[in-house]
Design a protein around this ligand. Structure first.
Ligand code: ASP
Ligand code: MG
Length: 407
């Protein structure tokens, strides 16, 4: 009979120095000695990946992406080897493996490769010898033996995909936060750690900037229903379980409030009010790989209308180039930008079955005299664009209005 298998992933801050690597080794060994088979995924030590990228930048301002992957993948090769040594020091058998050695097969899209397949055989063979298997996160290999990486934060994806491939009982994500909170505790001191959250809510929260896990990894976890436990690598207390929606979760209308400050608003004035205009604007933005978030079109007056939308600031320069050229071509007016905005959102699967949620959110902001400039909703999320200077006050007011704080 085989023991239950657990995948444990440790992020960069958990392995930032030798003492921390030793602490991780202890944690892994404890899990093994409780009778589990353990597969560990680690990311590069501390800021090692950023440091490698900085090195590349000093050599070339446009390094070939294949070579970037070759370079970045070395970060995880260091941490897996050190962790294996630390575990051996504690008297357990361990073996470290790169993505290529495991057979984590990806496509050839360097720096953001997609997983194709994972060959579980080598890992099972090593586990059968009683070993703890340590796998380098974030990296894979193509059919033609080129090393790839899975996009920043990709070790989470490695862990989730391995948990799926190995049919693990649980995927534990060890990080520097205690779990998923009702709001950022730095903004809302009464924020509470959630004991459980659904994949869908976690996906929304991740895309809204609650940086607990890489969004892509949650997507995969949802698809294959991999149970995840996000917890602190520094304390032993339980964190947050990410699972399929449980009936009890629906009773909670709102699970969390998030704040995003990295978007800017772009307005194209006097867009001719006739068919095809919006199509042209947003087709050309899409053609430049620019992701538009919220869109608002005003009521038309005298045959023209203003169109506003938000994009991440990182894309603002490119967005302006495209918007100005389309505006000219279609006979629209000037293009203006506004970087003083913030987006406040509430997320909760209970919204599907409760009414009055939006009203409650807007009232909380009204009481604080916060003006709402844009609104967008999905089945389980409501987002408002407001002035950035009011953002933290708004988050606290909304958090209070929904009674999310500690009791
Ligand atoms: N080391 C990689 C990064 O910094 C992968 C990870 O941390 O998950 O993006
Ligand atoms: Mg990292």
């Amino acid at each position: 009979m085989s023991a239950s298998l657990i995948v444990q992933k440790f992020g960069g801050s958990s392995v930032a120095n030798p003492e921390r690597i030793q602490r991780v080794a202890q944690r892994v060994v404890e899990t093994k000695r409780q009778g589990h088979q353990v597969v560990v995924v680690v990311s590069a030590l501390g800021d090692a990946t950023d440091e490698l990228l900085e090195l590349a930048r000093q050599i070339s301002h446009e390094p070939p992406e294949r070579e970037l992957d070759m370079l970045m993948a070395t970060g995880e090769q260091v941490s897996v080897a050190l962790l294996a040594m630390a575990i051996e020091e504690l008297g357990e058998d361990a073996i470290s493996l790169t993505g290529a050695q495991v057979g984590i097969l990806t496509d050839g899209t360097h720096t953001k490769a997609k997983l194709i397949d994972i060959n579980a055989r080598r890992i099972f063979e090593e586990l059968a010898k009683g070993r703890i298997v340590i796998v380098a996160g974030f990296q894979g290999v193509t059919m033609t033996q080129d090393i790839t990486t899975l996009g920043r934060g990709g070790s989470d994806l490695t862990a989730v995909a391995l948990a799926k491939a190995l049919k693990a009982e649980l995927c534990e994500i060890y990080t520097d936060v205690e779990g998923v909170f009702t709001a950022d505790p730095r903004i809302v001191p009464t924020a509470r750690k959630l004991s459980a959250i659904s994949y869908d809510e976690m996906l929304e929260m991740a895309s809204l900037g609650a940086q607990v896990m890489q969004a892509r990894s949650i997507f995969v976890a949802k698809r294959f229903e991999v149970p995840i436990h996000v917890r602190s690598s520094f304390i032993s207390r339980e964190g947050t379980m990410i699972t399929k929606a449980a009936k009890a979760m629906e009773d909670v209308v709102v699970s969390g409030v998030t704040l995003q400050k990295d978007e800017a608003k772009v307005t194209i004035r006097d867009v001719p009010d006739k068919p095809g205009m919006a199509a042209q604007i947003f087709r050309e933005l899409a053609g430049k790989d620019i992701n538009v978030d919220m869109i608002i079109q005003n009521v038309s007056r005298e045959g023209s209308t203003d169109v506003s939308f938000t994009v991440v600031k990182h894309d603002l320069a490119a967005t302006l180039r495209v918007a100005r050229s389309v505006a000219q071509r279609i006979g629209a007016g000037e293009v203006t930008t506004d970087e003083g905005i913030a987006k406040v959102s509430i997320v909760g699967i209970g919204m599907r079955s409760h009414s009055g949620v939006a009203a409650k959110m807007f009232e909380a902001m009204a009481r604080e005299r916060v003006n709402i400039e844009m609104i967008s909703t999905s089945e389980i999320k409501i987002s408002c664009v407001i002035r950035k200077t009011h953002a933290e006050r708004a988050v606290r007011a909304i958090h209070r209005a929904f009674g999310l704080g500690k009791r």
